[in-house]
Every structure is written in C-alpha cells, then in structure tokens.
Design a protein around this ligand. Structure first.
Ligand SMILES: Nc1ncnc2c1ncn2[C@@H]1O[C@H](COP(=O)(O)OP(=O)(O)OP(=O)(O)O)[C@@H](O)[C@H]1O
Ligand SMILES: [Mg+2]
Length: 332
C-alpha cells in the first residue's frame, strides 16, 4: 500500500495538473509495492502509468514490461514466472511438509514477526536425489506466497571470469532487495562444488565466499532457495548459512500410491493391487512415477478408454525402472 505522504503527493499533483509529477509519484508507489512483495499491484500501476503516457493508444494495446520481469543485464541471469503450484499438489514426507508449511506460515505472518524484531525463515537448502520435487517446491512456495519465482540461471552466473561472476552475483542479490520473490539457485552444486574443487584457485574461493557473505548479509524480504542433489559437495560453512535444511527421499509405497492416485484422478483404476504396483515402482523418483502414469494415461486415451488396469500400470512402472538401469550402467 501507498504511504499517506504518497497519497497526499498524488492529490497535490492532480490538483495542480502536474501529470509528470503524478506519474512519478505513481511509480514510487509501484516501487514501494514491489519492495513489499506486492508485485502484481506494482505491475498494474506501472502498466497504468505507461498507458497514461500514450493517451492515443487504443484499449488493449501492449502492456508495459511487468515490474517483476528482470531487464538489462539481470535478464540474462534471472527469469521470472508466476507459478500457481501449491503445497497440496505435492507428495511430501510428513517432516518436509511440516517444515514447508511453517515457512509459508511465517511468510504470511512476517509483519507480526518483524514487529517483534524477528525475521521469518527465508533461506532454505533443499537436498535430495533427482526428481523428488526440489524445483517444484520452489514453485509451490512462490504459489503459496503469491510471489514471483525468480529462477537464477547458474550457468549464466558462473563464467570463466570469476571477477565477473562476483559482480553478477551482486546484481542478483540487489534484485532480491528490490523485488520480493522466491529466488531459486537450482543445482546449487555448481557453486558449492567450486569451493572444494582441486583446481580451486583463489578466484573460485572468492566467488563462493562472496556468495556466502551475500547470503549472510542479505536482509531482504525475499526467499532464497538453494537446491542440490549432491550433498557430499556441500560443506559445513554452507549449511550454517541456511535457516532450514529440507531433505527429500525417493517415495515410499504410500507416496507412490498418492502420486498415482493424484495424477490418474481423471481415470478409473481397475483391479489395482497396490502392493504389486508399489513394488514395481520401487527405487523410482516422484518424477519417474509421474512419467509412468502419463504413459499409462496416453495408452488409455489412445485406446478410447478411461480405465487403467493395475497390470498395465505395473508394466509401465517396470519399463521406467528398466530405463533407469540401462542409463545407470552405460555400455563401456
Ligand atoms: N514430491 C512431489 N510431488 C508431486 N510431484 C512431484 C514431486 N516431485 C517431483 N514431482 C513431479 O516431477 C517433476 C520434476 O520434479 P522436480 O523438477 O521438482 O525434481 P527435482 O528434485 O528438482 O529434480 P532435479 O534434482 O533433477 O532437479 C515435477 O514437475 C512433478 O511433476
Ligand atoms: Mg530440480
């Protein structure tokens, strides 16, 4: 919301027919809203201001650049989206769900916490094997908190020229303070790994250290999420900097069943013996179980039926498992 001063300034500029001043105050309100995380309002205000600069533009003309869309050099480093994913869409272990719900709760109550001099949890490290929902978690947190998901492109961030990398990192951390969002450093190993690597010249260490310093010093209202599937690469110094570490595992039988029932809800499952279906899925990740479900769904649709049998489902799951084995044992 705008401050009382901003509202007074708006009215003054309106009475004195000072359009430029009016737009400038409106943009200040937009920036203020963006800093508070109300990026949609900010985007709308900006679009209105832009529109008012083009009085002859017909209704429905192209909108202004959304405020949460990174521009300039930042555009190559961070991409923004507004996911609608929610935590209920995810199959999670009770522990991970409780941790994530507490993060969302604290974000919703952040004014109350700040009033008492407390900061909500907002630096999270997500650890787990591939395909268990780490990236999806960042989207779900963005969806729950109605914030943009700012995907930090690590490959663009880490260049051969380390001095450049640190400068880019600086830009990203500046953006966190400027625009509240969920900032995801996916496949974080890329940064974490550099710290321990043997070709660790002073430059690499400086970059990692500067990431840690940024992380520690950062006082923004944004959520910072680092995801990795290679915990061995991360050292103590990294762990200490996060407010919470959330661990993900390959789904157990109950989780596999929940994934299948959710994904195949529009279909009728017939003759499913869950024991044999879940044993066919043993060792598969959430993502692989979902892929197998989609394969079964495709076959059903193409056979003009809304029924999927337990046997067919178990077969596609086993086919998925075989695919994984042939990938993990490449021919020498
Ligand atoms: N816990 C989960 N609950 C529901 N669906 C899931 C879950 N985990 C993964 N999926 C499904 O698998 C897809 C891929 O998962 P995601 O990209 O989040 O995995 P990841 O852990 O980030 O993997 P990687 O380490 O390979 O990046 C999701 O988009 C979703 O469809
Ligand atoms: Mg991922």
């Amino acid at each position: 919301m705008a401050t009382a001063e901003q509202v007074k300034a708006l009215i003054r500029s309106h009475s004195s027919h000072d359009d430029e001043q009016f737009r400038s105050v409106a943009l200040q309100i937009a920036a203020h809203s963006a800093r508070q995380g109300n990026t949609r309002l900010a985007e709308e205000l900006r679009a209105h201001v832009e529109q008012s600069r083009r009085p002859q533009a017909p209704a429905g003309s192209p909108r202004a650049v959304p405020i949460a869309r990174p521009t300039g050099e930042l555009a190559g480093l961070v991409s923004a989206s507004y996911p609608q994913t929610r935590l209920v869409d995810m199959v999670l272990s009770p522990a991970a769900r409780a941790q994530l719900q507490s993060v969302v709760h604290q974000q919703h109550q952040r004014d109350r916490l700040r009033f008492h001099g407390l900061a909500p949890k907002r630096r999270l490290l997500l650890i787990g094997p591939p395909g268990v929902g780490k990236t999806m978690t960042a989207a779900a947190l963005a969806g729950e908190c109605q914030l943009p998901l700012m995907f930090v492109q690590l490959h663009a961030l880490i260049t051969k020229f380390m001095g450049e990398t640190a400068a880019k990192l600086h830009l990203v951390f500046d953006a966190m303070a400027e625009t509240r969002g969920v900032y995801l450093f996916d496949e974080f190993d890329a940064i974490g790994a550099a710290r321990n690597s043997t070709n660790d010249v002073g430059e690499i260490r400086r970059v990692v250290n500067s990431f840690l310093q940024f992380l520690e010093r950062d006082d923004s209202d944004s959520l910072i999420i680092a995801a990795t599937n290679f915990v061995g690469m991360l050292d103590e110094a990294l762990f200490r900097r996060f407010d919470d570490v959330i661990r993900y595992e390959i789904p157990d039988g109950a989780a596999v069943r929940a994934l299948i029932e959710n994904r195949l809800a529009p279909f009728q499952l017939v003759g499913v013996r869950w024991k044999s279906v879940t044993s066919a899925a043993e060792g598969l990740s959430h993502a692989e179980v979902i892929r197998a479900c989609e394969e079964s769904a495709r076959s059903a649709v193409l056979s003009d039926t809304s029924e999927i049998t337990g046997v067919a489902l178990a077969d596609t799951l086993r086919a998925r498992a075989r695919m994984r084995h042939s990938n993990s044992n490449p021919v020498e």
